[in-house]
Structures are given as structure tokens and as C-alpha cells.
Design a protein. Structure first.
Lengths: 184, 360
């Protein structure tokens, strides 16, 4: 095994290789997409529009914060089901969706993020992993600038992120101890 | 020394803080023969000849840098916006630029960003070895809201970027629908502190008092953010036809609008710096701006001031600048000189001096 696989850069590369940039045309292959909306409804509508342009027959289940649900219900006027949620999106969301919507035939999950690789998106990845347990679901993220990414190996991706954070935390503790001893 | 730069998030259009990073780094790369610069995290949206250290961004609003710094040691980390976590024992100077503390000043409008500024940026500011404020106003706010010693804060003003956009020979791209129109120009910003409502009220008051005036108000930017303005216009019938929304414009159209306008107006309640004021001054335009926050630092004695909270004073400033040609010309004559006090070349020189204080 080459040494680089154990290096910082190696770990970062391994995580980044779990996702690839794709075009919206990937949605031509999808039947039904579960989409977590963002509060910027103009940007969200543009993304939905791009999905529809690529696949006019696609079905969407949209999940949105309660206040946005009202707006989206008006905009889509029954065309898409909008499931309301309050607060942070957690893995329990999957049960809520299942209780309100028919997720059979769902073969894609899309959420929005600032960066495709992102330490903050743990909840989204947990939701995606839970969905993948139930069906063969492809996972996508849409970033600022309307770039789309597909995740290929969520398990490796989230393990990599965990290792990164653990090492970072370990270093933090080491230096905290060194600093404390130095002061003593 | 090796200096790591942490920029703002990716944007499709380079605006605001990314523009500041772009302007400053362009000049630093030209001027600085001593230090090497590298981005922290892939920053391919800024066309700069800089390598990068991979970073996995954003853990709870703060970029974790311990592991990255052990793998790729740096002498200085300079974040242009985002807070970061770097353990005390890691031998690396920490610099944080703060542009403004708007969410702390207006929590009722920016509640969703309050925690980020109150916790993450506050902690990073406390731990930083040096804070760069983009104006004396921002410096005062950092002292007041974060309780930080003034000695730890240096003011480095912004400049103009891209410089070629504001060059004397840059005429820009005309907008045919406005070719034969006299107008006052303003750029949109996001958020209620930009006082778009006050601007619209004042302009409509001016139109009511001067029905003979053919002058229009042209506003660029995200039209949907102008809901408050549209509500005001809806109540004002025909007068509302004198307000033109262009939506987003290209850089070339923007420079044309600055040059073509009779005057530029910016009546925000609060700015950490106020880049549009500098942009308008740099092309020799008469500027009306608010007398609050950092704006007098940028405007100096070359602009017409008004109280952004008083529609009457905004209207009076519009009236004087539009009606009094001699006064308007006198503002135009002072504009370029005032603008020349701000440049990224100067900012880069000041930053190099600050970096130099961390040389062992």
C-alpha cells in the first residue's frame, strides 16, 4: 500500500472521490425524486425548473420548512406533494415522509449544500443512508452556482469525514494538554 | 513566510467579500516577493495563480484547520471571512478580517445569522492574533460587540476590483432602454438595512414636489428583493413609472450605468465599508449617501450626505444634486481624488506590513 493513502491529502482525495460532478441530465434516468427544499424559493424553483426541463415526467416529493411549505403548495398547486417539517432535518424525517407520501418508486434524493464535501451535512447523509436501506436510491447535492454532484459510496464518504473530524479533535486535545502542561 | 488564505464561499457571480479577496490577492501576488500564498480549500472560482491545501469545510460554522496545518504547516492563516478553529499550540499566526457585524447590530432582521456572528466569529475573533477591520466603523463595532482591545485591530480599507472595470477608458456596455434617460442610480443590496424603502419614499417625494422633473430612479440587483419598494410604488400610481428595475446587470453594464447616471445614491442605514460609493466616486460621479456607519469614511468631503432615517433629508439631497448643477459639478470634481485614497495596491502594502510583524 502506498504511503500517500495514509496522508492528509490521501484522506481528502478518498472523500472527494466518493462524489462526481454530474449534469442535470442525470434526472432523465430518475422516476421519482425526493427533494429537500431551501429557503431561497427563487433558487429552489430554478432548480426544479431545470429538473423538469430534463425530465418533464419526473415525480417530485418536496420537503420544506413549514412556512415555505405554504408558498410551495401555492406555487406547485398540487402538482407535487410538499411535506412540511420544522427545525433541523433529521433522520426521523424519513418516517414523516413515509406517513404522508408514497415513496415507492422513489429512486433519487436531492438536497442543497454550500460545498459538495461538507462537514455540516451529516444529517442529510444520514437521511440518504436511511433511504438507501429502503430502496435503490441515488443521492445528489446541488451547490451554490447550480452545480450538481452525485455521491457514490455514502458509507466510505461518511467514514472518511468521521476519520477527518476524529483526527482533528485528537490533535486539538493533544495541543490542549501540551499547552496546559506548558503553563503548569 | 507561507500564508494560507481562507476565502468566502463559492459564488456564481463574484461579488462582495469574494471581490475583496480577489482585489487584495491580485495586488499581493504582484507586490510581495517575500511570502508565498496558498488558498485553504479549493478556491477555483477566483482566477488567481494560487495553489491550495485541501480542507473539508464548515463544521458548525467554523473551518477545522488542526489536521490541515499539521500536514501542511503555514506561518500565517488569514481568513477573509469565515471563522476557523486552530489549536493554540500549533505554531501559526491567526488573522481574521471582519467586514461588518450587521447581524449583531440588527438581530431582528438577521436573526438567522445572529448565532454565527455571536458564537463562531466572536470565538475566532477572540483567538485571533490580529483582526483586520475594513473601516474605523467596523473597528469600533468589534471593540464594542466583541470586547476586544483596540491594539489587536488594524484597519485596512478596501479598494476597487476589478481595476480595469473602473479604468478611465472603460466605458462599459450601454443599456439601450436608458440611453435617452436622465436617472439617479442605485445598486441593490440584500436585506432591510439597505433602506430600499426609504430611498423609494424619498424619490417619490421628490417627484411629487418636482412634477416637471424627467429624472428617473434606476435600481439594479435582485428584483424580488425589492418587494418593499414595489409595495410603496403600488400606492403611488403614475409616479411609480419613474422607478426602473433592471434586475442583475453585467459588470460592463454596471460601469455604463455608473457613468451615464446623473448621480449615484446609497442610503443604507449601515455599511461595514460601502463599496458602491467608492465605485461611483472612482468614475467621477456625484454621490448622495447616508451619513451613518462607515460611509463618511469612504465619502469624505466629496459626497452629499443625508440622514437615512429621515426621508425629508434624502429628498433634499436628491433635489440639490439634481437641480443645482454647480453643486453637482463640485461633487464630481472631488470624487476621483477621494476615490484615489482607496486601492488594493495600498491595502496589499498595509497587509504586507502586518504579515511582517509575525516574522520570527
Amino acid at each position: 500500500m502506498e504511503r500517500t493513502e495514509f496522508t492528509y491529502d490521501g484522506l481528502c482525495s478518498m472523500i472527494e472521490e466518493c462524489l462526481t460532478p454530474v449534469s442535470y441530465e442525470v434526472f432523465q434516468q430518475r422516476r421519482k425524486l425526493l427533494v429537500i427544499a431551501i429557503s431561497e424559493e427563487v433558487r429552489f424553483r430554478k432548480s426544479v425548473q431545470k429538473i423538469e426541463e430534463c425530465n418533464p415526467n419526473i415525480e417530485l416529493i418536496i420537503v420544506a420548512q413549514m412556512e415555505l411549505k405554504k408558498v410551495l403548495d401555492e406555487i406547485y398547486n398540487g402538482r407535487y406533494q410538499v411535506v412540511g417539517w420544522s427545525g433541523k432535518y433529521m433522520v426521523e424525517l424519513v418516517d414523516k415522509i413515509k406517513s404522508e407520501a408514497d415513496i415507492s418508486r422513489t429512486d433519487g434524493f436531492l438536497y442543497f449544500t454550500q460545498h459538495p464535501v461538507n462537514l455540516r451535512d451529516k444529517n442529510m447523509i444520514s437521511i440518504a443512508k436511511r433511504l438507501q436501506k429502503e430502496a435503490d436510491i441515488r443521492v445528489y447535492s446541488d451547490t451554490v452556482g447550480y452545480e450538481l454532484y452525485e455521491y457514490h459510496n455514502l458509507s466510505l464518504y461518511s467514514q472518511g469525514i468521521k476519520v477527518y473530524e476524529e483526527i482533528n479533535r485528537f490533535i486539538s486535545l493533544q495541543f490542549k494538554n501540551v499547552t496546559r502542561e506548558g503553563r503548569a | 513566510m507561507k500564508i494560507g488564505v481562507l476565502s468566502m464561499y463559492k459564488e456564481r457571480e463574484i461579488t462582495g467579500i469574494n471581490k475583496v479577496t480577489m482585489g487584495l490577492m491580485e495586488e499581493l501576488l504582484k507586490l510581495d516577493r517575500e511570502n508565498d500564498y496558498v488558498f485553504l480549500g479549493k478556491t477555483d472560482w477566483l482566477p488567481l495563480d494560487m495553489d491550495y491545501i485541501p480542507v473539508l469545510p464548515d463544521a458548525g460554522g467554523s473551518v477545522l484547520l488542526n489536521y490541515a496545518m499539521l500536514a501542511h504547516p503555514l506561518d500565517i492563516v488569514h481568513s477573509h471571512y469565515r471563522p476557523f478553529e486552530l489549536s493554540e499550540g500549533i505554531p501559526c499566526a491567526k488573522i481574521l478580517t471582519i467586514h461588518d457585524l450587521i447581524p449583531l447590530i440588527y438581530p431582528k432582521w438577521y436573526g438567522n445569522q445572529f448565532e454565527y456572528f455571536d458564537v463562531s466569529i466572536r470565538r475566532c475573533a477572540k483567538e485571533a492574533d490580529k483582526i483586520i477591520a475594513v473601516s474605523e466603523c467596523t473597528k469600533r463595532d468589534i471593540i464594542e460587540y466583541y470586547d476586544i482591545m483596540p491594539e489587536k485591530i488594524d484597519v485596512v480599507y478596501n479598494g476597487l476590483s476589478p481595476t480595469k472595470l473602473f479604468a478611465d477608458d472603460a466605458k462599459g456596455e450601454s443599456m439601450p432602454e436608458l440611453e435617452n434617460t436622465d436617472f439617479i442610480f442605485s445598486v441593490s443590496g440584500l436585506g432591510p438595512h439597505k433602506n430600499q424603502g426609504g430611498l423609494a419614499e424619498a424619490f417619490l417625494l421628490y417627484k411629487r414636489r418636482h412634477p416637471e422633473s424627467k429624472v428617473k430612479l434606476v435600481l439594479t440587483g435582485p428584483v424580488r428583493k425589492y418587494e418593499v419598494v414595489k409595495e410603496i410604488l403600488a400606492k403611488n400610481g403614475e409616479a411609480a413609472e419613474n422607478v426602473v428595475f433592471t434586475g442583475f446587470v453585467s459588470d460592463a453594464q454596471l460601469i455604463w450605468l455608473y457613468r451615464k447616471a446623473l448621480a449615484f445614491i446609497y442610503v443604507s442605514y449601515y455599511e461595514g465599508f460601502g463599496l458602491p460609493i467608492l465605485e461611483a466616486l472612482s468614475v467621477g460621479k456625484a454621490v448622495i449617501c447616508a451619513n451613518s456607519a462607515s460611509m463618511p469614511e469612504v465619502g469624505g468631503d466629496a459626497v452629499a450626505y443625508c440622514d437615512p432615517h429621515e426621508v425629508e433629508t434624502i429628498e433634499a439631497a436628491i433635489d440639490r444634486v439634481v437641480s443645482d448643477e454647480l453643486y453637482r459639478k463640485s461633487l464630481e470634481e472631488r470624487a476621483v481624488e477621494q476615490a484615489s485614497r482607496f486601492s488594493y495596491k495600498r491595502a496589499a502594502g498595509e497587509m504586507m506590513q502586518i504579515y511582517g510583524t509575525f516574522q520570527n
